[in-house]
Design a protein around this ligand. Sequence first.
Ligand SMILES: [Zn+2]
Length: 83
Amino acid sequence: MRAPGYAPASSAEIHCGRCGHGYEAAAFHKLAPIETLEAKAVNVHVLVWPSNLRVEVRACTSCGQHLARRALDTELRLAPRAG
Ligand SMILES: [Zn+2]
């Protein structure tokens, strides 16, 4: 069973932990960006973490809940935050 609000990079779909809305990988990349945690930031908390893997946090369009998904460096990157 997969934890809601989190999906591995290879997963085709992620579900919001609050409202249950589902997003395929392409749809996830269109959600409003909140934050990107690069590998070295994750390594502060996780002993073993691949250097080419980051965590993208985006907002659910239905309820605003933050959703985290692992992303490889070869995948689309978040646009820089405005402001
Ligand atoms: Zn939601």
